[in-house]
Write a protein that binds this ligand. Sequence first.
Ligand code: ATP
Ligand code: MG
Length: 631
Amino acid sequence: MHDTNYAEFYRRSVEAPEQFWADQARAIDWHRPWDQVLDGSRKPFARWFVGGMTNLCHNAVDRHLPERAGQPALIYVSSETGEERTYSYAELHREVQTMAASLRALGVEAGDRVLIYMPMIPEAVFAMLACARLGAVHSVVFGGFASVSLAARIDDARPRVIVSADAGSRAGKVIPYKPLLDEALRLSTHPAAQVLIVDRGLAPWDRVAGRDRSYAELRATHANDAVDCVWVDSTHPSYILYTSGTTGRPKGVQRDTGGYAVALRMSMEVIFGGRPGETYFSTSDIGWVVGHSYIVYAPLLTGMATVLYEGTPIRPDAAVLWRIVEQYRVNLMFSAPTAMRVLRRHDPALLTRHDLSSLRAIFLAGEPLDEPTGRWVAESMNKPVIDNYWQTETGWPILATPAQFPETRARFGSPGVAMPGYQVCLRNEHDGAPVAAGEKGVLAIDWPLPPGCLQTVWGDDARFVNTYWGTYPNLQVYSTFDWGRQDADGYIYILGRTDDVINVAGHRLGTREIEESVSSHAAVAEVAVVGVHDALKGQVAWAFVVPKPGQLPSGGNDALEQSIAAHVDAQLGAVARPQRIYFVSALPKTRSGKLLRRAIQAVCEGRDPGDLTTLEDPIALDQIPAAIAGA
Ligand code: ATP
Ligand code: MG
């Protein structure tokens, strides 16, 4: 039953999905087999492996013990504190049981929520897996968020226990977490949860009597406790994770258990080409979906070692990621274009200072991979750079070039073709009719979403149905809210978000297309283009450009501005030329590295930028009005 080409494999996944996924499901352990592969009785909901019982932690940890108890499971590297420690599968099993026993001692039972607000330390992974072990629902909140964002998520998830730490560290600076958590709990309307603090000895903290515990004490008490996995229904929620909030109020994505395990294990083998015993390194954070799926679950479900890295890509120097690859013989790496653009500002020789012979490929996702950056990485490192496209909602790639089928070669500018089970169709934005090959359409997915995708929005089925399935009232279609274009071979090009389109004197232009053009100018490191209200033309495009260091032409900013304008004219035509080009040293981004265009646009139009809780660096947004005023 081995397909020889991807077209055949994919065809089976969409023509006979129940059989296809039943085959894939045999690769994980089930306590009780399912009665029905797919329950579609309440569309657009889809329930996978109904009647089956399993446990995510069993499949990620316990299942591997007979074969690989002594092999590395979790490799912790902190360039912040200098700590490095490898946990074998047996050690991980021990630590997860101790954490699970501690949570249970605090009253956590199956179905209870546990909020995890942690830096990138092993205890964060132990806590996630301990929740899965108990059938509790984890909700990891990115450690960079401050009190207001945290309070909103506490109110939404209503956790029984919050696991946190005294502090994190970023670029060498200690960032206390506990005071932020105290403030969040003060702001929250949810009755005081129990708090479990992992004390790293980085920052002093105040203990609230009756509420706060130090993990060191519970860990000592439960050091030898055995905690069995709690078997749960396949459809039992495993976690809640909030989307990045790029386009508005974050949505609490709720994931199941069985479908997620099956899809992720398949994805690691088929899409990433990862094999048991190998080492996977994702530079993401456990607070994001990439961290959930490709730091924690997919590598461990596959029996791989996974690297948990606390630090930035440029400290102590811009070779630190490659030092880790060399030292731990990393086979596959997953990062984001934004990290590569940061490295691109440094000496390319740093990319090859270390022995990278173990590394087979670098996967990038989360935002559009611009061709200059993609080529720069691929050519300077001589490794394949593989773009892949997905969302917090889907949990694993929608588009990619699957490593297991080398005939689907990566093409610059496209994340690739539809992944198994995703019936991707580009549709007309008004009536949902499929668009012709080569034409731009909304990237939509026909029901059902494959296993592993969101079950619903936590506590808000109506929002799930209305937001994602309500675009075309007559069709059962999930909208990604991204534009795409498909070529004759099925490769899809992402053309930006549906709300990133601007209308200049009757011409509809994608800000993403203008950005592509500006960023292909030799002196440009990064750019954001937004549409700004204009009394005459409706909207005009403004560009905010981060120049590459040392690339300013002799004529200064004015000369660079003219040269960029001429470049866009030549590539896209004068209609797409930004009306204004401003120079800044950084762009406002979400904590996950996505451009906050809606905030830039609001500032340009003199409006309130709205919810900024996911903003990485407020200074970058302050530069926008300063640049406008100074120009
Ligand atoms: P919110 O939904 O709250 O506004 P968000 O969409 O930024 O936030 P995520 O789920 O983290 O939250 O991001 C998914 C989006 O990121 C996709 O819909 C797409 O716009 C973009 N994206 C992800 N990967 C790629 C890629 N490889 N190429 C282009 N865009 C990508
Ligand atoms: Mg989104």
